[in-house]
Design a protein around this ligand. Structure first.
Ligand SMILES: *[C@@H]1O[C@H](CO)[C@@H](O)[C@H](O)[C@H]1NC(C)=O
Ligand SMILES: *[C@@H]1O[C@H](CO)[C@@H](O)[C@H](O)[C@H]1NC(C)=O
Ligand SMILES: *[C@@H]1O[C@H](CO)[C@@H](O)[C@H](O)[C@H]1NC(C)=O
Ligand SMILES: *[C@@H]1O[C@H](CO)[C@@H](O)[C@H](O)[C@H]1NC(C)=O
Ligand SMILES: *[C@@H]1O[C@H](CO)[C@@H](O)[C@H](O)[C@H]1NC(C)=O
Ligand SMILES: *[C@@H]1O[C@H](CO)[C@@H](O)[C@H](O)[C@H]1NC(C)=O
Ligand SMILES: *[C@@H]1O[C@H](CO)[C@@H](O)[C@H](O)[C@H]1NC(C)=O
Ligand SMILES: *[C@@H]1O[C@H](CO)[C@@H](O)[C@H](O)[C@H]1NC(C)=O
Ligand SMILES: *[C@@H]1O[C@H](CO)[C@@H](O)[C@H](O)[C@H]1NC(C)=O
Ligand SMILES: *[C@@H]1O[C@H](CO)[C@@H](O)[C@H](O)[C@H]1NC(C)=O
Length: 478
């Protein structure tokens, strides 16, 4: 095996334009005589280097060794370079960092080691001496964990990039790093966020946990993240969240919960998010959104609810409407009956919503809500019917049931009228049609829908009162 030794030095006296493109060729310039001249940049990327040059220019402020074949970093691998601010070792084949490898780089601010496929382990003292480090990139390596005390000296660290590794939990090393502002942990194998995983991260503004396997989030896991602004939890396997998951996150601007397995949205989740501008709940299995869920989202601009299992969206869910720049509702099995009439009107008035394809009733299936014409009888909306050519005869058989439904409808209608007061002209004389006056079954369906909505709400209330007392303060999917 031939060991190629470079005499790598550069005259820091050379004009910056020349130095900017200094490359690691065998014929190197004469040794650098340390001067007080401006610092220089060493560009040694894509040079097929498999061993580090013996010496770097003493005044180098940046060294780029990307896309070489480095395998190993020995102790003090770079010598003493007091001016070095940036060191980039991306896309090499480093598998081991000797403790103390970066000693002698006391002013290094940024260390990039991304895409070194064979780093699966780091020694506690791997980063010893890097007291000014602000940004560390370890993404796309092969790390399974890092030692708890590895960042003891890195008190200035702000950005930690660790995406695309093999972490199964949030490394304990992050705990208490009060100066961290950005954590990138996307595309790992994290399964849970424990109550203490993110303690003491009071400066954190950006947290990316997307594309992991998170199925449990313990209650109050995020309670210290009081400055968090952007939070990615999308593309995990969450089927529920703790009642007060995001309590205290008053600075949050963007929350992405898309691509999970959520079915119900609880109004306790977003109560504190008064600065939230963008909320993603797309690509879940939502069937139910509790009334009041969005009531405190006074800054909301965009809401993504597309690609869920929603059939209806009761008007009170959007009360009060502070909102909104855009509302995305496509790819849901909408039931375009009278309960969505408000939405159609809203679409027409504000033009903030588009694409609400109807899945039912069958007479309007395939149409967009904007194309559905709601029939009125004495000013009262009448649900579009199911297409059923045999209903006329069947109607007679079910007269008793229809009478019952009709009674319920009238009761509900009266309630509605009382609620609306005298202000709504169209409802003054509004009653639901008698049986047989319209295409059969329609009144019944209407009542049924209302009845089930009523039942649903009651069921939810009971659920809300007794069902959610999480003794365990954590939730897990089964
Ligand atoms: C990278 O390092 C690993 C382990 O040290 C080795 O098996 C592999 O052959 C190396 N790849 C290249 C391209 O040198
Ligand atoms: C955060 O930064 C301040 C000032 O730079 C420093 O005094 C403090 O020790 C740092 N905190 C941690 C936990 O490193
Ligand atoms: C909205 O904010 C008020 C005042 O802070 C609070 O009392 C209420 O519970 C919040 N609503 C929800 C749904 O959390
Ligand atoms: C949502 O719809 C999908 C596809 O239709 C179905 O597989 C899933 O069970 C539904 N989920 C819920 C909670 O209704
Ligand atoms: C039509 O209505 C009858 C009687 O209610 C019912 O038995 C039948 O299944 C309905 N057909 C369709 C296609 O909905
Ligand atoms: C409704 O009208 C009746 C009779 O005109 C009146 O006595 C009543 O106060 C009105 N109610 C409301 C809520 O305006
Ligand atoms: C409501 O019905 C009363 C009589 O029942 C009638 O005098 C009144 O004009 C009706 N109002 C409307 C808006 O249809
Ligand atoms: C509509 O209102 C008129 C006048 O009050 C009444 O005669 C009629 O029966 C009502 N129609 C229906 C379907 O309720
Ligand atoms: C969702 O809500 C429905 C009705 O309120 C309830 O039956 C169901 O158990 C809830 N699902 C979850 C996962 O909380
Ligand atoms: C909490 O959950 C764990 C795992 O699901 C279970 O073993 C334990 O018994 C629960 N504790 C309580 C107090 O419910």
């Amino acid at each position: 095996m031939t060991v190629i030794t470079f005499t790598v030095s550069v005259l820091c006296l050379l004009p910056p334009a020349v130095l900017a493109r200094w490359s690691c060729v065998r014929a190197c310039p004469p040794p650098c005589s340390c001067t007080q001249e401006k610092s220089c940049t060493v560009l040694c990327d894509r040079s097929s280097i498999s061993e580090l040059p013996k010496e770097f220019p003493c005044e180098a402020s940046a060294i780029n060794l990307d896309k070489n074949k480095l395998k190993f970093l020995s102790e003090r691998a770079f010598g003493t370079l007091p001016s070095l601010k940036t060191l980039s070792l991306d896309h090499n084949n480093i598998s081991f960092i000797t403790p103390g490898a970066f000693k002698g780089l006391p002013n290094l601010v940024e260390l990039r080691m991304a895409h070194n496929d064979y780093i699966s382990y780091l020694h506690t003292r791997a980063f010893t001496g890097l007291k000014k480090l602000v940004r560390l990139d370890l993404s796309d390596c092969n790390l399974f964990n890092i030692p708890d005390r590895i960042f003891l000296e890195q008190t200035a660290l702000k950005e930690l990039l660790c995406f695309q590794n093999n972490f199964r939990r949030i490394p304990g090393a992050f705990r208490g790093m009060e100066n961290l502002t950005h954590i990138y942990l996307e595309r790992n194998r994290i399964e849970a966020v424990a109550y203490n995983s993110l303690l003491g991260l009071g400066s954190l503004k950006y947290l990316n946990l997307q594309e992991n396997r998170i199925n449990v989030i313990h209650d109050q896991s995020f309670q210290d993240l009081l400055r968090l602004e952007n939070f990615y939890l999308n593309d995990n396997v969450l089927c529920d969240l703790p009642r007060h998951a995001f309590k205290g996150l008053v600075r949050l601007k963007m929350l992405n919960l898309g691509g999970n397995l959520l079915t119900n949205v609880s109004k306790t989740w977003f109560g504190d998010l008064v600065e939230l501008e963008v909320l993603y709940l797309d690509r879940n299995q939502l069937v139910y959104i509790e009334e009041g869920t969005f009531e405190n989202l006074t800054s909301l601009i965009t809401l993504h609810l597309n690609s869920n299992n929603l059939t209806t969206l009761p008007f009170p869910v959007f009360q009060p409407v502070y909102f909104l720049g855009r509302l995305y509702l496509f790819r849901n099995p909408w039931e375009c009956d009278c309960s969505l009439e408000w939405l159609k009107e809203w679409m027409e008035s504000y033009k903030l919503v588009r694409d609400i394809p109807c899945a039912s009733p069958s007479s309007v299936a395939g149409l967009d809500l904007s194309e559905v014409v709601f029939a009125k009888v004495n000013g009262t909306c009448v649900d579009p019917g199911e297409l059923n050519l045999t209903t006329v005869s069947s109607e007679i058989a079910s007269t008793t049931e229809n009478r019952f439904n009709s009674l319920i409808s009238k009761l509900l209608q009266q309630e509605l009228r009382e609620e609306m007061g005298n202000g709504t002209e169209s409802l003054r004389n509004g009653t639901l049609p008698e049986d047989g006056q319209l295409s059969a079954g329609v009144g019944g369906r209407h009542a049924q829908a209302r009845r089930s909505l009523l039942g649903f709400t009651v069921a939810w209330l009971i659920f809300g009162l007794i069902g959610r007392s999480d003794i365990n303060h954590s939730l897990s999917c089964t």
